[in-house]
Write a protein that binds this ligand. Structure first.
Ligand SMILES: *Cc1c(COP(=O)(O)O)cnc(C)c1O
Length: 248
């Protein structure tokens, strides 16, 4: 069965690569400007490693601290780049700093403050993206679009945290215009932030687009797309398991 699932993954990776190429050609973009991140929640290490082995610049993202801690030590050397893409509770910062190269889901000043303090304590630095709730759904985490600039300004005061761009989860909808509107909102927030020329703040990365909407995201300027289902198959848990966690 493992062999079977490996060839499935290889096939799915080829399909995704092709989708990226097609979307880039439609948007007149260079495919090298779009990075694929494997959204590997619920997927076991052998399958993740198989997918990573097919990538030029292996990049994976985990949603839950528990899975991050379980899987990362088992990944063979050299390690892939690992991003944390789930809701981060401040009492789990320490574990995430141990394994992640970037936290894509910073969405509130209190979390940033605690992150800064821990980074000072460990004498480390961390790259982050600011997560924006562009769909205004209550079930989604992320700062409200209207408050994104303010949050970025606050975080920019923390010298150990390096803002590299923005992340969002688009609306789950068959209405492509509504999905697109979410991504366009992220782009316009980026423009607003860039125009302020805040010292230390970079806006190079736009992490947006998943299995169902990556073409739209690429057309709107995504630099990182986060893909799970289209590579690894359906998950056994509903996404609400990951996105409706209790806030602390
Ligand atoms: C699961 C997940 C993805 C990937 O979603 P798919 O629909 O499985 O491609 C992307 N981003 C985040 C934050 C996720 O939790």
């Amino acid at each position: 069965m493992i062999e079977q699932s490996k060839s499935d993954i290889a096939h799915n990776m080829a399909v995704i690569t092709d989708r990226i190429k097609q979307a880039c050609s439609k948007a007149k973009r260079n495919p090298n400007t779009v990075r694929l991140l494997l959204a590997s929640k619920t997927v076991d290490v052998p399958r993740i490693e198989h997918a990573l082995s097919l990538m030029d610049k292996p990049l994976m993202g985990e949603n839950r601290v528990q899975e991050l801690e379980q899987k990362c030590p088992k990944l063979s050397q050299p390690h892939p780049e690992v991003h944390f893409i789930g809701h981060l509770q401040s009492n789990k910062i320490k574990q995430v700093l141990r394994w992640a190269d970037c936290i894509q889901s910073v969405d509130r000043p209190s979390l940033a403050k605690k992150l800064q303090n821990r980074l000072l304590f460990e004498d480390k630095h961390m790259d982050i993206l600011v997560q924006v709730n562009t769909s205004y759904e209550d079930s989604k985490f992320g700062v409200k679009p209207e408050q994104a600039l303010d949050l970025v300004k606050k975080i920019s005061e923390f010298d150990r945290i390096h803002i590299k761009g923005l992340m969002t989860i688009g609306l789950f909808s068959a209405d492509k215009d509504k999905v697109r509107a979410c991504f366009q909102r992220l782009v316009s927030i980026r423009q607003e932030i860039e125009s302020q020329q805040i010292p230390g703040v970079e806006m190079a990365e736009l992490s947006m687009g998943m299995s169902g909407d990556l073409e739209i995201a690429i057309e709107e300027g995504a630099t990182i797309i986060r893909v799970g289902t289209a590579i690894f198959g359906e998950r056994q848990y509903p996404d609400s398991y990951y996105w409706n966690e209790q806030r602390t």
